[in-house]
Design a protein around this ligand. Structure first.
Ligand code: FAD
Length: 154
């Protein structure tokens, strides 16, 4: 089994797309991520997985907070901005939920405090205790087999 085959297999798991946001010294940093899942209902916990090379890794370690922003179907450009896939820098406005930075127009904003972190291989898993949630009634952006999709596709 080589790296390409592993990546291809993992890409067969259709997911939504999130932008993880955090804030250090008043500066907001975001990163596109699809390694996100719900962990527990009581207490309410989620998990995200951040690669060792991602700049946001140390920022979350320092701030001990993050938000998960589940992108809407029309927010592919935001995903590309926060995945470093666009050449030029774009200004992005942030809102606030429970004192944590969030993006507007997303399907769901989930504000979290880090309750645990686990280094596993080349990624760090952050367990987030959910402190607040805001929901919108819109369709999500979908990622499957390395491509952005929409549930509205024919
Ligand atoms: P940087 O390279 O520092 O930032 C990424 C981009 O966001 C840069 O272009 C930067 O300009 C922009 N940006 C950051 N903050 C702001 C701001 N305040 N205003 C405007 N622009 C800003 N990686 C993982 O580790 N885990 C995952 O689960 C994961 N899932 C992914 C899913 C998808 C669909 C894609 C496309 C990528 C995924 N990645 C994941 C890869 C990850 O998004 C990229 O490797 C990312 O560029 C690394 O982030 P970084 O913290 O080093 O950010």
């Amino acid at each position: 089994m080589d790296d390409r085959q592993f990546r291809s297999a993992m890409g067969k798991f259709a997911t939504g797309v999130t932008v993880i946001t955090t804030e250090v010294d008043g500066e907001v940093h975001g990163m596109t991520a699809n390694a996100f899942m719900s962990v527990s209902l009581e207490p309410k916990l989620v998990v995200i997985s951040i690669g060792e090379k991602a700049r946001i890794l140390n920022k979350i370690k320092e701030s001990k907070i993050f938000s998960v922003n589940i992108l809407a179907a029309d927010q592919k450009e935001l995903s590309m901005i926060f995945a470093g896939q666009l050449k030029e820098h774009r200004e992005v406005e942030f809102d606030c939920l429970d004192g944590k930075p969030v993006l507007s127009g997303v399907v769901a904003q989930i504000a979290c405090e880090v309750s645990a972190e686990h280094l596993e291989g080349d990624h760090t898993l952050f367990i987030g205790k959910v402190t607040d949630i805001h929901l919108e009634d819109s369709e999500p952006l979908v990622f499957y087999s390395g491509r952005y999709r929409s549930l509205l596709e024919e």
